[in-house]
Design a protein around this ligand. Structure first.
Ligand SMILES: [Zn+2]
Length: 231
């Protein structure tokens, strides 16, 4: 059993429900914002795989946020839901920041209630993110997804106990993510495809090349990270 699970490629964050046999995806569900969509959500189109669910900072509806949060609270109990999110903060897009912060904190509390880790979207709001963690002090692990920022920011968030998930950015040798990868402690690392069509195998292959580490060892390490946070 262990040798079977040990060779699964964990894709910690994807919006694409398709996967290969040797992969385990965490398919992301975005809690919808309109009343009509909320009424029928989630429906039978939700794939039977491991999931994350959250209110994305681009999709907060001020008038419906109570219903959105209630939907998430119900869904969060479901055994298929492995992570809460993506949720977080985005300075460039979505609702005004104070509303984003309010809804983010409420989602952290839901994650705490169900004891499931958070998968976080953060664009140009790292100081706010760090302050929120300091104030709310969640016990659940927090993963920053799609990270492609500089070493200074990475160091600040690693010091505060966050995990980092890297995506297709590492395929570009000049990206922050590619430069940063060897500096991230292996026990804090995840890989993902997010909304891209790239295969997760390609991202593991590139990461194994950058790290000069056999791919099987990398796959095992990230699977172990997953088991560590989703016990
Ligand atoms: Zn995403």
């Amino acid at each position: 059993m262990l040798s079977f699970v040990a060779f699964m490629l964990i894709n910690i964050h994807t919006h694409n429900p398709e996967k290969q046999d040797n992969q385990q995806i965490i398919y992301n569900l975005i809690i919808p914002e309109t009343e009509e969509a909320l009424e029928t959500f989630p429906d039978e189109t939700v794939p039977k795989t491991w999931l994350s669910a959250g209110i994305h900072p681009w999709h907060i509806n001020e008038n419906n946020q109570k219903i959105q949060l209630e939907k998430l609270r119900q869904l969060a109990q479901n055994q298929y839901i492995k992570l809460i999110g993506e949720c977080g903060l985005d300075r460039l897009k979505g609702s005004p920041l104070p509303l984003q912060e309010e809804v983010f904190i409420k989602q952290i509390r839901i994650a705490e209630e169900v004891k499931k880790p958070l998968i976080i979207h953060c664009v140009k709001c790292f100081n706010e993110l760090i302050s929120i963690k300091k104030i709310v002090r969640p016990k659940v692990p927090m993963i920053l997804h799609g990270f492609n920022n500089n070493f200074h920011i990475a160091q600040a968030i690693l010091e505060r106990g966050f995990y980092i998930s890297l995506g297709t950015a590492i395929l570009n040798d000049n990206s922050n993510a590619a430069h940063l990868l060897p500096q991230i402690p292996l026990e804090k690392l995840f890989l993902e495809t997010d909304d891209k069509d790239t295969s997760i195998s390609e991202i593991y292959e590139k990461a194994s090349f950058i790290l000069k580490m056999p791919i099987d060892k990398l796959i095992d390490t990230i699977f172990a990270n997953y088991l560590e946070i989703c016990k």
